[in-house]
Design a protein around this ligand. Structure first.
Ligand SMILES: [Zn+2]
Length: 172
């Protein structure tokens, strides 16, 4: 061991899954973008599975626990909450701890709707909240299992964070 001090970069991983809601009036929100005419996901908040996976990846990278600790689903104040707002609060917690997101990459697993037409809007909304590039890829489950039967939507995310302190002068 020749390194001194804590590492300057860390990686985090997040996963989330929500079933579709039976409530036809509940909108589908993915990455802070609403999809009209598509059934929404069940959840205490707005059920934004992408925003939740991104939040968990960032919190994990910074060693700050998970989304359930920061935003418990038993909190009535979070009923129907805008999950991008929760993501912004998580990013603020990272900043307080000296960590700054570098990029986040996501794979959202769903049969429908198609993500590609809204991908740029999702990436822009999440990138603004995170303060770093966020990339999103849609992937079908090819008919396999609950996701393949379109019973819900899942999302995987990985995040890279770096210490916000200026680069150490004099290091070679
Ligand atoms: Zn969730």
């Amino acid at each position: 061991m020749t390194a001194t001090g804590p590492p300057a970069i860390r990686i985090g991983q997040g996963f989330d899954v929500h079933p579709f809601s039976g409530d036809a009036d509940r909108p589908l929100v993915l990455g802070g973008v609403s999809f009209a005419g598509v059934p929404g996901l069940a959840g205490h908040s707005d059920g934004d599975v992408i925003a939740h996976a991104v939040t968990d990846a960032l919190l994990g990278a910074a060693g700050l626990g998970d989304i359930g600790q920061h935003f418990p689903d038993s909190d009535p104040a979070l009923l129907g909450a805008d999950s991008v707002g929760l993501l912004r609060r998580a990013v603020a917690a990272l900043h307080d701890a000296g960590w700054y997101p570098q990029n986040v990459d996501c794979t959202v697993v769903l049969e429908e709707p198609k993500v590609a037409p809204r991908r740029a809007a999702i990436e822009a909304r999440l990138g603004d909240a995170v303060g770093a590039p966020v990339t999103v890829k849609g992937k079908r489950a090819e008919g396999l299992g609950a996701l393949g039967r379109a019973e819900g939507i899942a999302c995987f995310a990985v995040a890279l964070v770096a210490r916000g302190a200026p680069a150490a002068g004099g290091a070679t």
